[in-house]
Design a protein around this ligand. Structure first.
Ligand code: C5P
Length: 236
Protein backbone atom coordinates (compact mmCIF):
# COMPACT_ATOMS: atom_id res chain seq x y z
CA UNK A 1 0.00 0.00 0.00
CA UNK A 2 1.30 3.43 -0.97
CA UNK A 3 0.17 4.80 2.41
CA UNK A 4 2.62 2.54 4.19
CA UNK A 5 5.61 3.41 2.00
CA UNK A 6 6.07 6.76 3.67
CA UNK A 7 8.53 7.06 6.52
CA UNK A 8 8.10 10.28 8.47
CA UNK A 9 11.40 11.68 9.79
CA UNK A 10 10.78 12.84 13.36
CA UNK A 11 13.47 15.50 13.21
CA UNK A 12 12.39 17.52 16.23
CA UNK A 13 12.74 17.37 19.99
CA UNK A 14 9.89 19.76 20.67
CA UNK A 15 7.55 17.83 22.97
CA UNK A 16 4.33 19.51 21.86
CA UNK A 17 5.21 18.88 18.21
CA UNK A 18 5.88 15.21 18.87
CA UNK A 19 2.55 14.92 20.70
CA UNK A 20 0.81 16.55 17.76
CA UNK A 21 2.51 14.31 15.17
CA UNK A 22 1.73 11.14 17.10
CA UNK A 23 -1.90 12.20 17.57
CA UNK A 24 -2.30 13.16 13.91
CA UNK A 25 -1.01 9.83 12.60
CA UNK A 26 -2.49 7.52 15.24
CA UNK A 27 -3.14 3.95 13.96
CA UNK A 28 -1.92 4.70 10.43
CA UNK A 29 0.69 1.93 10.50
CA UNK A 30 3.27 4.42 9.23
CA UNK A 31 6.94 4.25 10.00
CA UNK A 32 8.56 7.01 12.05
CA UNK A 33 12.28 7.58 11.73
CA UNK A 34 13.96 8.37 15.04
CA UNK A 35 17.50 9.66 14.67
CA UNK A 36 20.43 10.43 16.97
CA UNK A 37 19.07 13.77 18.10
CA UNK A 38 15.63 12.61 19.22
CA UNK A 39 16.87 9.32 20.66
CA UNK A 40 19.44 11.15 22.78
CA UNK A 41 16.78 13.56 23.87
CA UNK A 42 14.00 11.13 24.80
CA UNK A 43 15.62 7.69 24.93
CA UNK A 44 13.54 4.50 24.50
CA UNK A 45 10.41 6.37 25.65
CA UNK A 46 9.98 7.69 22.12
CA UNK A 47 9.98 4.14 20.76
CA UNK A 48 7.28 3.13 23.22
CA UNK A 49 5.16 6.16 22.37
CA UNK A 50 5.31 5.45 18.64
CA UNK A 51 4.54 1.75 19.11
CA UNK A 52 1.63 2.56 21.45
CA UNK A 53 0.23 4.87 18.76
CA UNK A 54 -0.12 1.97 16.30
CA UNK A 55 2.84 2.92 14.14
CA UNK A 56 6.28 1.48 13.47
CA UNK A 57 9.79 2.61 14.44
CA UNK A 58 12.83 3.01 12.22
CA UNK A 59 15.73 3.71 14.59
CA UNK A 60 18.44 5.47 12.62
CA UNK A 61 21.53 5.34 14.83
CA UNK A 62 23.86 3.99 12.10
CA UNK A 63 25.75 1.40 14.14
CA UNK A 64 29.47 1.06 13.45
CA UNK A 65 31.28 -1.03 16.08
CA UNK A 66 32.69 -4.44 16.91
CA UNK A 67 30.18 -7.28 16.31
CA UNK A 68 29.56 -8.04 19.99
CA UNK A 69 28.67 -4.42 20.79
CA UNK A 70 26.34 -4.19 17.81
CA UNK A 71 24.60 -7.49 18.62
CA UNK A 72 24.00 -6.46 22.22
CA UNK A 73 22.64 -3.06 21.10
CA UNK A 74 20.42 -4.73 18.51
CA UNK A 75 18.98 -7.08 21.15
CA UNK A 76 17.94 -4.06 23.22
CA UNK A 77 16.30 -2.57 20.14
CA UNK A 78 14.38 -5.80 19.53
CA UNK A 79 13.24 -5.85 23.17
CA UNK A 80 12.07 -2.25 22.76
CA UNK A 81 10.03 -3.17 19.69
CA UNK A 82 12.11 -1.39 17.04
CA UNK A 83 10.98 -2.48 13.57
CA UNK A 84 13.98 -1.36 11.51
CA UNK A 85 17.41 0.02 12.37
CA UNK A 86 20.48 1.19 10.45
CA UNK A 87 24.06 -0.10 10.37
CA UNK A 88 27.00 1.01 8.26
CA UNK A 89 27.80 -1.54 5.58
CA UNK A 90 31.43 -0.54 6.10
CA UNK A 91 31.28 -2.80 9.18
CA UNK A 92 32.15 -5.58 6.73
CA UNK A 93 30.59 -8.85 5.66
CA UNK A 94 31.46 -11.08 8.63
CA UNK A 95 30.45 -8.49 11.15
CA UNK A 96 27.09 -7.89 9.43
CA UNK A 97 26.43 -11.60 9.01
CA UNK A 98 27.26 -12.14 12.69
CA UNK A 99 24.91 -9.32 13.65
CA UNK A 100 22.07 -10.71 11.56
CA UNK A 101 22.48 -14.26 12.82
CA UNK A 102 22.97 -13.20 16.45
CA UNK A 103 19.86 -11.04 16.33
CA UNK A 104 17.77 -13.71 14.59
CA UNK A 105 18.61 -16.40 17.11
CA UNK A 106 17.99 -14.04 20.05
CA UNK A 107 14.58 -13.00 18.68
CA UNK A 108 13.58 -16.58 17.88
CA UNK A 109 14.56 -17.69 21.36
CA UNK A 110 12.61 -14.84 23.01
CA UNK A 111 9.74 -15.04 20.52
CA UNK A 112 10.26 -11.42 19.43
CA UNK A 113 9.70 -9.87 16.03
CA UNK A 114 13.09 -9.67 14.27
CA UNK A 115 13.92 -6.04 13.44
CA UNK A 116 14.93 -5.41 9.85
CA UNK A 117 18.61 -4.49 9.48
CA UNK A 118 19.01 -1.56 7.11
CA UNK A 119 22.42 -1.07 5.49
CA UNK A 120 23.87 2.39 4.89
CA UNK A 121 26.19 2.64 1.90
CA UNK A 122 28.14 5.90 1.54
CA UNK A 123 26.91 8.98 3.36
CA UNK A 124 25.77 11.60 0.87
CA UNK A 125 27.66 14.22 2.85
CA UNK A 126 30.88 12.89 1.25
CA UNK A 127 32.13 14.94 -1.68
CA UNK A 128 34.17 13.05 -4.29
CA UNK A 129 37.26 14.86 -3.06
CA UNK A 130 36.70 14.00 0.62
CA UNK A 131 35.98 10.45 -0.37
CA UNK A 132 39.23 10.19 -2.31
CA UNK A 133 41.22 11.58 0.62
CA UNK A 134 39.59 9.09 3.00
CA UNK A 135 39.43 5.92 0.88
CA UNK A 136 42.16 6.37 -1.75
CA UNK A 137 41.51 5.04 -5.25
CA UNK A 138 37.84 4.06 -4.81
CA UNK A 139 35.17 6.20 -6.46
CA UNK A 140 31.91 6.63 -4.53
CA UNK A 141 29.90 4.59 -7.04
CA UNK A 142 32.48 1.78 -7.05
CA UNK A 143 32.36 1.71 -3.26
CA UNK A 144 28.54 1.63 -3.29
CA UNK A 145 28.71 -1.33 -5.67
CA UNK A 146 31.20 -3.22 -3.51
CA UNK A 147 29.16 -2.54 -0.39
CA UNK A 148 25.86 -3.73 -1.82
CA UNK A 149 27.41 -6.96 -3.09
CA UNK A 150 28.77 -7.51 0.39
CA UNK A 151 25.42 -6.66 1.97
CA UNK A 152 23.85 -9.32 -0.20
CA UNK A 153 26.43 -11.88 0.93
CA UNK A 154 25.72 -10.96 4.54
CA UNK A 155 21.97 -11.40 4.02
CA UNK A 156 21.10 -7.70 4.46
CA UNK A 157 18.04 -7.15 2.29
CA UNK A 158 17.16 -3.52 2.97
CA UNK A 159 19.35 -0.52 2.17
CA UNK A 160 19.25 3.23 2.47
CA UNK A 161 20.07 4.90 -0.82
CA UNK A 162 20.16 8.41 -2.19
CA UNK A 163 17.75 8.97 -5.10
CA UNK A 164 20.84 8.99 -7.32
CA UNK A 165 21.73 5.38 -6.46
CA UNK A 166 18.31 3.74 -6.87
CA UNK A 167 18.92 2.76 -10.50
CA UNK A 168 22.41 1.41 -9.87
CA UNK A 169 21.34 -0.69 -6.90
CA UNK A 170 18.09 -2.03 -8.39
CA UNK A 171 20.00 -2.85 -11.59
CA UNK A 172 22.24 -5.21 -9.63
CA UNK A 173 19.78 -6.45 -6.99
CA UNK A 174 16.19 -5.92 -8.14
CA UNK A 175 14.76 -7.54 -5.00
CA UNK A 176 16.61 -5.47 -2.44
CA UNK A 177 14.33 -3.03 -0.58
CA UNK A 178 15.37 0.61 -0.81
CA UNK A 179 14.66 3.42 1.62
CA UNK A 180 15.22 6.80 -0.02
CA UNK A 181 15.45 10.31 1.48
CA UNK A 182 15.80 13.52 -0.55
CA UNK A 183 12.13 13.60 -1.54
CA UNK A 184 10.15 16.76 -2.21
CA UNK A 185 6.46 16.79 -3.24
CA UNK A 186 5.72 18.31 -6.66
CA UNK A 187 4.25 21.53 -5.35
CA UNK A 188 6.64 21.95 -2.43
CA UNK A 189 8.48 25.04 -3.52
CA UNK A 190 11.03 25.29 -0.76
CA UNK A 191 13.81 22.80 -1.36
CA UNK A 192 15.43 23.33 2.07
CA UNK A 193 19.00 22.06 2.02
CA UNK A 194 18.34 18.97 -0.11
CA UNK A 195 20.26 19.39 -3.35
CA UNK A 196 19.34 16.41 -5.47
CA UNK A 197 15.67 15.85 -4.89
CA UNK A 198 13.07 13.68 -6.58
CA UNK A 199 9.31 13.87 -6.30
CA UNK A 200 7.68 10.97 -4.42
CA UNK A 201 6.32 9.55 -7.66
CA UNK A 202 9.67 9.79 -9.47
CA UNK A 203 11.38 7.93 -6.63
CA UNK A 204 8.74 5.16 -6.55
CA UNK A 205 8.86 4.78 -10.34
CA UNK A 206 12.65 4.48 -10.19
CA UNK A 207 12.27 1.64 -7.69
CA UNK A 208 12.30 3.13 -4.19
CA UNK A 209 10.30 0.98 -1.75
CA UNK A 210 10.07 3.48 1.11
CA UNK A 211 10.39 7.26 1.09
CA UNK A 212 11.82 9.17 4.04
CA UNK A 213 10.07 12.51 4.25
CA UNK A 214 10.60 15.01 7.04
CA UNK A 215 10.06 18.73 6.70
CA UNK A 216 7.47 18.68 3.89
CA UNK A 217 5.20 16.85 6.36
CA UNK A 218 6.20 17.87 9.87
CA UNK A 219 6.68 21.56 9.09
CA UNK A 220 3.35 21.76 7.30
CA UNK A 221 0.44 23.62 8.91
CA UNK A 222 -1.75 20.65 8.10
CA UNK A 223 0.39 17.54 8.50
CA UNK A 224 -2.34 15.04 7.66
CA UNK A 225 -3.20 16.88 4.47
CA UNK A 226 0.48 17.13 3.48
CA UNK A 227 0.82 13.37 3.96
CA UNK A 228 -2.43 12.62 2.10
CA UNK A 229 -1.38 14.85 -0.79
CA UNK A 230 1.86 12.90 -1.12
CA UNK A 231 -0.07 9.62 -1.20
CA UNK A 232 -2.41 11.10 -3.82
CA UNK A 233 0.50 12.38 -5.89
CA UNK A 234 2.03 8.90 -5.98
CA UNK A 235 -1.26 7.22 -6.92
CA UNK A 236 -2.08 9.62 -9.79
O1 C5P B 1 13.25 17.01 6.02
P1 C5P B 1 13.75 16.04 5.02
O2 C5P B 1 12.66 15.40 4.19
O3 C5P B 1 14.88 16.57 4.17
O4 C5P B 1 14.36 14.86 5.90
C1 C5P B 1 15.05 13.80 5.37
C2 C5P B 1 15.55 12.87 6.44
O5 C5P B 1 16.38 11.89 5.82
C3 C5P B 1 16.40 13.53 7.52
O6 C5P B 1 16.17 12.83 8.75
C4 C5P B 1 17.82 13.32 7.05
O7 C5P B 1 18.74 13.26 8.09
C5 C5P B 1 17.70 11.97 6.35
N1 C5P B 1 18.71 11.74 5.31
C6 C5P B 1 18.86 12.58 4.22
N2 C5P B 1 19.81 12.32 3.27
C7 C5P B 1 20.60 11.26 3.40
C8 C5P B 1 20.45 10.39 4.47
C9 C5P B 1 19.47 10.67 5.42
O8 C5P B 1 18.16 13.54 4.09
N3 C5P B 1 21.47 10.99 2.46
Amino acid sequence: MVEEKIIIALDTTEKSKIDEIIKTFRDKNLIFKVGLQLFNNMGPEIIKRIKDSGNRVFLDLKLFDIPNTMIEAAKEMALNGVDLFTVHLLNGRNSLKGLREGLESFCNEKDLKIPEIVGVTVLTSFSSEDFHITFGGFSISKMVEELIVMANQAGIKTLVSSPKEIKLIKGIFPYVKLITPGIRPRDYIKKDDQKRVLTPKEAILLGADYLVIGRPIIKSDNMLKAYENIVKEIKE
